[in-house]
Design a protein around this ligand. Sequence first.
Ligand SMILES: Cc1cc2nc3c(=O)[nH]c(=O)nc-3n(C[C@H](O)[C@H](O)[C@H](O)COP(=O)(O)O)c2cc1C
Length: 346
Amino acid sequence: MHSLFHDLGARVPLIQSPMAGAQDEDLAIAVAQAGAIGSIPCANLTPQDLQKSATRFQGATTGPLNVNFFCHPVTRRDPQREALWLNELNRYYDDLSLTPDYPTNAYPRALDSDMVDVVCAVKPAIASFHFGLPTAAFVNRIRATGTKIIATATTVQEALFLQDNGCDAVIAQGQEAGGHQGVFLQMDATNRLPTLDLVAQISAVLSIPTIAAGGISDQTGIKAALAAGASSVQMGTRFLKSTESKITPLHRSILEGSEQRETTITNVFTGRPARGFVNKLIRDIGPMNANVQAFPLAISALSPLKSATEGSEDFVSLWAGQNWQIGETKPARDIVHDLAPAFDPN
Ligand SMILES: Cc1cc2nc3c(=O)[nH]c(=O)nc-3n(C[C@H](O)[C@H](O)[C@H](O)COP(=O)(O)O)c2cc1C
């Protein structure tokens, strides 16, 4: 059942979610050394950064590496939409005595040709994509070096699209998932299926493996996903509570605290729907705001507000999946060892 993952050299068919802004290769190395698949998120990296991270990874372990990219359309600045978005945020600029500003922010970036050159040189076991796929030319170049291609689907229609366009496996991302929802054909994220339902529906129609993602944080969740038809799972939030994740002390204290915090799907931090802890900005103008700038341009106008309120959570995205309370903080190696028996067929 797990042949794709065993072929890639994974003893445990578990992928640590790539989590841009929350980790670097330290987490990927620890996961791969423990026998699962370690991921390097590249949305905030330059091609040189990726080369450096991958060299460190490959020097530390022969375990499988997944490199991950966003595939959002490149959006041009639109003064009218910038004005609408600034209008939503003006009251905060006023409160903080700041001049409304729209600094340019180069990240997150979509996959481009220079990055593809590095991926082809690094030859990771897997390249994974969020928000659809890159051009067929990029997919073909990466596949030609032996790297497997996987991507996120949030509906059956998206899963079939990915299968028809060169994917070796599909990540079925349910609504419980932390971080950005990988929607790309159907952008309405309010109408999403829970992970187990999505896995059952997608695995029933695909001829390639289904990887379950969203709200899976322990052995019970893994077994349920496998029973629903998944060949493997991808887990993110569980690894936020690892000693190797690179999250702020604020984010860590919420994840480790006993306060009953809610998560929701919101577009107010980036312009695309993503699940995170409910905080002031979401309560005031979200969770879904029609005036938000397109991804990723919405992020820029929030930067001055974040800088002026450093240490506060009011304007900061705090991504987390719905099952964030499960599990204690420990080294990623121990998390993988705790979870591995769930994949044992006996
Ligand atoms: C903090 C955080 C950052 C994320 N960043 C990315 C990313 O850069 N690329 C990506 O493909 N998915 C990203 N995701 C989504 C994951 O791939 C995956 O769908 C999710 O972790 C599964 O749900 P879970 O967090 O409940 O395990 C992120 C998730 C979290 C929690």
